[in-house]
Design a protein around this ligand. Sequence first.
Ligand code: GLU
Length: 306
Amino acid sequence: MPTIGRFAPSPSGRMHLGNVLCALLAFLSARRQNGQFLLRIEDLDAMRCPRSFADLILDDLRWLGLDWDGEVPYQSERASIYEQYEAILREKGLLYPCFCSRAALHAASAPHLSDGRVLYAGTCCDLTPEQVAEKRKSRAPATRVRVPDEVVQFTDEVWGEYVENLAAECGDFIVRRSDGVFAYQLAVVVDDALTGVNEVVRGADLISSTPRQIWLHRLFGFVPPRFAHLPLLCDHDGRRLSKRDEDLDLGLLRQRFTPEQVIGALACAAGLIDRPAPVAARELVSSFDWAKVPRHDLFLPNIFRE
Ligand code: GLU
């Protein structure tokens, strides 16, 4: 089956180097296999993701030489499609309204997971219809999906075997927020499946989302894609880069560097080439190999540190 990869950024700001690394490796892996490379804009939260940021992402990807295939879907325009899949979950009796506030969730005695998430304590999972009606008077609920006591296992291209018990290590999770906005976990599964994506390359910060996404894929009758979660970029002090590192966003990098310099430095950090010499993305396709990508955090290339 031909490979269909994708890059699915959330346009809540300008792309930073971590996003570029992700786009680069997703592009190289798909192109190395003569596959398609899709772009999808994950702007579910339209308030935080204005179209102007999405336009900049498209422009930055073109500047970087990371060309994609086909139309670009915008998640903000696909709520009616997500609703159909929400309905499937509802028919299966897996959904329930959750009235817990963010503060209540954090204050609950539920265990905190290693990545900082809070395992949902199940406060709202067995409310009676009368209790639901009463609570609805003062608060709109989010919608949670009930997960089974089931182990999900997959082999990540970079990290190898990954195993998680959904009930013990993930807990019932939100598929639709109280303001009606669909959650990333549902939308990403529906969109990857409906566009035929069979290879997902993204940052290691999302690896803990993968078991519940695989579970949803199977529940909907889809075949889950294969996954490669990339090590994250760190600065000198071992601190992971984030969107807050505005000095490293593409707006400023484009003023200081050529696309080939940015691609060459990131390709070197990712173990794809020995020296951070300028290179065009398409020139890295033929030698791309996942075996070269290290499993530890990657250090920010020197040229970006000055
Ligand atoms: N939209 C997510 C992000 O920008 C990535 C989702 C994914 O690749 O599955 O962090």
